[in-house]
Design a protein around this ligand. Structure first.
Ligand code: SF4
Length: 254
């Protein structure tokens, strides 16, 4: 128990130390695609540094920890920092309760009912199913391109990596964009998520076009996925026509 307490204390101190570094961009992780290995601003992101610290635990440089321990430690750290902030701001807990009720009241729309969210879920689940059924065919094509040292081999791998990585993000970012109603205080946050969803959709579209170029026999499947992605994009833009004007911390500022 004492160990756990010390771990939370250390992680909270580490987080505060990282977050106060002048190179860190506050909130950068809220509007990114979570692809940290490819992120050009990883060194300026608190989440990246925290996750690296957790990985160091896992690789045994400090002490072994299971994924669930990580999650539980991070939740405790978040609760501790939140409590500290509440105290610093002199907010009374009863006041906090009524603030939460207000937010709840404003969240009157159900994102699951939004057409864009339904389409995005359809895209993610259809794609997961398609990958399961076509994994061998795709792998075979990749090996063939590799064997003949085709210049298309790298492009093919990259296209599938992008499609695979964004498979779930298409639906999770679309859902986040539709979480708030257009008139609540967090509608700007929704616009930020809508922009990330649109970027992810555009990159997925570009990757499907590459796949089609390399394996034309997949035309039917590719066209189905492209059609779904275009419909999601259209629905997002219908709700957030100015989404692309949102300035994401770091990515759109530097
Ligand atoms: S900003 Fe970059 S490093 Fe940070 S969570 Fe997002 S992708 Fe990862």
């Amino acid at each position: 128990m004492e160990d756990k307490h010390k771990k939370i204390e250390d992680a909270a101190n580490f987080l505060k130390q990282i977050a106060s570094h002048p190179d860190i961009i506050p909130g950068i992780h809220n509007y990114c695609d979570r692809w940290c290995e490819r992120c050009p601003l990883a060194n300026r992101c608190t989440v990246f540094h925290m996750e690296n610290r957790m990985r160091n635990f896992e690789t045994g440089s400090e002490q072994p920890e299971s994924t669930w321990d990580d999650v539980s430690t991070m939740l405790s750290v978040a609760a501790k920092l939140l409590n500290e902030q509440i105290e610093e701001m002199g907010i009374d807990v009863d006041e906090l309760d009524s603030m939460a009720k207000n937010v709840e009241h404003k969240l009157k729309n159900n994102p699951k009912e939004a057409k864009a969210v339904k389409l995005a879920n359809e895209y993610s689940s259809n794609l997961a199913e398609w990958i399961k059924l076509n994994r061998d065919k795709v792998l075979e094509k990749h090996l063939l391109l590799d064997d003949i040292k085709s210049p298309q081999s790298g492009s093919f791998t990259d296209a599938f990596e992008v499609i695979n990585y964004y498979m779930i993000l298409v639906s999770s970012k679309t859902y986040r964009a539709f979480l708030h109603s257009a008139d609540d205080d967090l509608s700007d946050d929704s616009r930020g998520s809508a922009k990330v969803a649109l970027i992810i959709i555009d990159r997925s579209i570009a990757s499907w076009v590459k796949v089609f170029d390399i394996i034309p026999e997949l035309e039917d499947n590719v066209l189905q996925f492209l059609a779904l992605l275009s419909k999601i994009k259209k629905e997002i833009l219908r709700r957030f026509p100015n989404a692309m004007e949102f300035v994401r911390p770091g990515f759109d500022e530097l």
